[in-house]
Design a protein around this ligand. Structure first.
Ligand SMILES: [Cu+2]
Length: 189
């Protein structure tokens, strides 16, 4: 009985995992796992796009996500976003983003992200995009990213800080400032 219950619980967990990542193409690459890769849909004329995913390192040595390439972008960089003196800023991680052995790192809105610079056309919800990610040790891996409408406000960090659940459709929402800084970013990056 106990075993059956455990089994049911496991199947339930597996189903939940399958549902939440239903559209994403998870990729295994040596000792690296890339889960739920997604690009945030862009506004017309937005020059940059953000990419997000979870990278898990099941190996015994650290590896680093150092960059990438994509047909639709002039350059692919690894960025970090952080609050500095109450202002959201982002910078390129010049030495890459380290994925510790036995650990995983989440790239998400408001934090680490892949930045697609000078995109050739808007990223539209429902599309998929092929991206080559480059890891320092593991080398290059091709990953299919889903383009998804991630409205500003889906960021957990912001949810805690600002109580804005009913106002995230407003274009003048404070959250939008993050996107503006992303948009300006290609001139100094
Ligand atoms: Cu960025």
């Amino acid at each position: 009985m106990k075993t059956t219950l455990t089994r049911i619980a496991l199947i339930g967990a597996a189903l939940l995992a399958a549902i939440s990542f239903a559209n994403a193409t998870d990729t295994e690459f040596g000792s690296l796992q890339i889960t739920a890769p997604a690009i945030r849909a862009t506004l017309p004329n937005q020059p940059v796009a953000g990419g997000f995913m979870i990278v898990t390192n099941t190996g015994s040595v650290a590896d680093s996500l150092v960059g990438g390439s994509a047909e639709f972008a002039a350059d692919v960089q690894i960025h970090e976003m952080a609050v500095e003196n109450d202002v959201m800023k982002m910078r390129e991680l010049s030495r890459g983003l380290e994925i510790p052995p036995g650990g995983s790192v989440e790239l998400k809105p408001g934090g680490y992200h892949v930045m697609f610079m000078k995109i050739a056309e808007p990223m539209k919800d429902g599309e998929t995009r092929t991206v080559n990610l480059v890891f320092e040790k593991a080398g290059t891996v091709e990953v299919e990213f889903d383009v998804r409408d991630m409205r500003p406000g889906m960021d957990d960090m912001d949810k805690k800080k600002m109580n804005h659940d009913h106002s995230d459709m407003k274009p003048d929402h404070p959250d939008e400032k993050h996107d503006h800084s992303e948009m300006k970013h290609d001139h100094n990056g």
